[in-house]
Write a protein that binds this ligand. Structure first.
Ligand SMILES: [Mn+2]
Length: 315
């Protein structure tokens, strides 16, 4: 139902501005850019903008536009991949005529005139493909570039089809997308290249993580450690999966010290951890969530809660 409504609104409006979350990942860029590309290639007369801060590490996917304030006056605004309003990049998102939310995260904030939230989707890009299928009924076509962007987001959010969020639907969409002639090996190379300084920090993490008998693991990355390796706090986001394949680890947490707070990245292979995140200024998926701690004492509390959920899970 929502899909039809969204298609109708896109057809109605001549100006469409697409947002996504701060600290973007390939799914954020892919869904934003993929949707923009679908509209641009099928409705050449419409003005389509993408907004948000440019992340140089994702420039191989898309380049953001400079959107003037006036553009919002008559615009349809679409926010992709963002559960909470505070995380929407470019807070002008509520300045348009109509607002649409498209997301696969568990609902945090209820926002937008039209909301399409599907927590069974592996990625927002998967949803964008379904949206395209609605356009396809009206003879729309998918460009090679749109296919590349959507594929990148699915690959990113499923950990290259590894995570349990990967469903039969996900794979059948991927199977369709690989029929397009975009350069898949090049895309993988761009997505998974590791800069030398980050590789060295990986070594530090593997040398220093703690594994407890309950099956939970913690690693602290203090400002000093990050400075020593020349890695920014945000660059560590790509390393969180690192501990996932180590024998005996059920769930794990990265504590990454930033300027004012300590960023908490929780991952799990069984125990549900987003409840812990919600108690510490965060949220997310049952098996992958993020939070914020204000002190190292608070990180101890989080570790204790992680211990508890692992213990209960093992029972
Ligand atoms: Mn996503």
């Amino acid at each position: 139902m929502s899909r039809k409504e969204i298609v109708k609104l896109i057809e109605e409006f001549n100006t469409i501005i697409i947002h996504r979350h701060v600290r973007p990942d390939p799914d954020a860029y892919g869904s934003q850019g993929g949707l923009a590309e679908i509209i641009r290639s099928n409705f050449p007369d419409k003005k389509v903008w993408m907004t948000g801060e440019q992340d140089p590490s994702l420039s191989f996917l898309a380049v953001m536009d400079e959107v003037p304030d006036e553009a919002y006056q008559d615009a349809l605004v679409i926010v992709c991949d963002t559960a909470n309003q505070a995380r929407i990049d470019d807070q002008r998102y509520h300045d348009g005529q109509k607002l649409i939310k498209i997301d696969h995260h568990p609902e945090v904030d209820f926002y937008g005139d039209v909301q399409w939230v599907d927590t069974t989707a592996s990625s927002t890009c998967e949803m964008i493909f379904h949206l395209f299928e609605e356009f396809e009924k009206k003879e729309a076509s998918l460009s090679e570039e749109a296919a590349r962007l959507i594929y990148a987001g699915i690959v990113g959010d499923t950990g290259r089809f590894l995570f349990p969020s990967t469903t039969q639907k996900t794979l059948s969409i991927a199977a369709k997308l690989v029929n397009y002639a975009f350069d898949r090996p090049a895309l993988y190379n761009q997505m998974y290249k590791t800069p030398m300084h980050v590789a060295k920090l990986k070594g530090y993490i593997l040398q220093n993580f703690e594994l407890n008998e309950e099956g939970y693991s913690t690693i602290k990355l203090s400002k000093e450690v990050l400075k020593h390796y020349g890695v920014t706090a945000s660059e560590t986001s790509q390393l969180v999966g690192l501990l996932g394949d180590i024998e005996g680890i059920l769930s794990w947490v990265f504590f990454v010290e930033e300027e004012e707070t300590i960023r908490v990245r929780l991952r799990s292979k069984g125990p549900v951890i987003n409840g812990i995140a919600a108690e510490h200024n965060g949220g997310g998926h049952p098996m992958a969530a993020g939070a914020k701690a204000s002190t190292w004492e608070e990180t101890e509390e989080i570790a204790a809660k992680l211990k508890q959920v692992c213990k209960e899970y093992k029972k």
